[in-house]
Design a protein around this ligand. Structure first.
Ligand SMILES: Cc1ncc(C[n+]2csc(CCOP(=O)(O)OP(=O)(O)O)c2C)c(N)n1
Ligand SMILES: [Mg+2]
Length: 327
């Protein structure tokens, strides 16, 4: 094997691939199971967007906090939330990350610094200001990261949070996951500026735009922003341009897409294909090593679904537990 031309070690590259592949297979399986009518509630899939969550979260530890969105499965997996507990949660079963009472849009795991997915657009950004303020007082160099979609980036909560984070010089990072749509509305219909870097500048924050389907670009940009925030350098905005492979929600007929758009994205904008091509052509990882990971991941997802289906549903008595957080 040739030398490693990437800034990441081989171990880190394998970890990145495993995380992205786990998210992809988790989501593709949900797509199938939701279609069969096995899953209650609403489901929004992160397939196609894996490089963003993965490239960012690899820089974080459990003490760093994130606030996610309605499209949160990938953020959870990349932040280290247990995949078996996540599947149970989405199936609405006891033993789930929130004992089966939250479902797809409310997965949280405070021990992992995952403050929660969120069905309310823009709700994560103020939470992250609070978490970042606490981190600043603790003085251990922790950061807090808010994820927001291009549509939700118009919410007042998000814009106020940018201002607050800048005024207080918080170790807060705002990631705009720009997949080009808010439900069926094209981004250009709803956001006046072309670049989120300009929008960040209006609030006094530095901003960077990267190709969110390129793991290496995301990892590098996020690394710089996070390292600066850890040292007291203040907040920043990171825009990741990306594509979502599925509809806005499962069941979306996607009539707003151009003909062949999904096929084009799967062929040319697949972050996993790009990553695999880069590491194998550089001779750093053999295709067989990636295939071995694929095999393991499929086994994990199969086990997660089997365990979720076998787990009991919450009882009426469970309605009264975990209503208030105990400190
Ligand atoms: C405050 C609020 N307004 C509206 C909605 C309904 N809603 C759910 S997702 C969505 C679009 C979100 O688009 P974007 O922020 O780009 O995220 P994406 O779904 O593309 O990941 C809307 C309007 C909501 N959940 N919360
Ligand atoms: Mg969007």
């Amino acid at each position: 094997m040739a030398g490693n031309p990437f800034p990441q070690s081989k171990e880190q590259l394998l970890q990145a691939y495993r995380t992205m592949r786990t998210i992809r297979e988790f989501e593709e399986r949900l797509h199938i199971d939701f279609g069969r009518g096995d899953i209650p509630g609403f489901v929004h899939l992160y397939a196609g967007e894996e490089a963003a969550g993965t490239g960012i979260m690899m820089h974080l530890g459990d003490g760093d906090r994130i606030a996610s969105t309605h499209r949160g499965h990938g953020h959870c997996i990349a932040k280290g939330v247990d995949v078996l507990a996540m599947m149970k949660e989405i199936y609405g079963r006891k033993g789930g990350a929130c004992e089966g009472k939250g479902g797809s849009m409310h997965i949280a795991d405070l021990d992992k610094g995952m403050m929660g997915a969120n069905g309310i657009l823009g709700a994560g950004a103020p939470l992250v200001c609070g978490a970042a303020l606490a981190a600043k007082f603790r003085g251990k160099g922790e950061v807090a990261i808010s994820f927001v979609g291009d549509g939700a980036s118009n919410q007042g909560t998000f814009l106020e949070s940018l201002n607050l984070a800048a005024v207080w010089n918080l170790p807060a990072i705002f990631v705009v996951e720009n997949n080009g749509y808010a439900e069926s509305t094209s981004r250009d219909y709803g956001v006046a500026v072309d670049s989120y870097v300009d929008r960040a500048a209006g609030f006094g924050l530095p901003g960077v735009t990267v190709d969110g389907t390129d793991f290496f670009a995301v990892h590098e940009a996020a690394g710089e922003i996070i390292a600066r925030a850890r040292k007291g350098g203040g907040p920043a905005l990171l825009e990741c341009k990306m594509v979502r492979f599925h509809g806005h929600f499962e069941g979306d007929a996607q009539t707003y897409r151009a003909p062949g758009e999904n096929e084009h994205n799967r062929e040319h904008n697949d972050c996993l294909k790009k990553f695999s091509a880069a590491v194998t052509s550089a001779g750093v990882i053999a295709a067989a090593e990636l295939q071995a990971i694929d095999h393991e991941v499929l086994g994990l997802i199969e086990r997660a679904v089997t365990e979720a289906k076998a787990a009991p549903q919450p009882t009426v008595a469970d309605l009264l537990t975990d209503v208030y957080v105990k400190y």
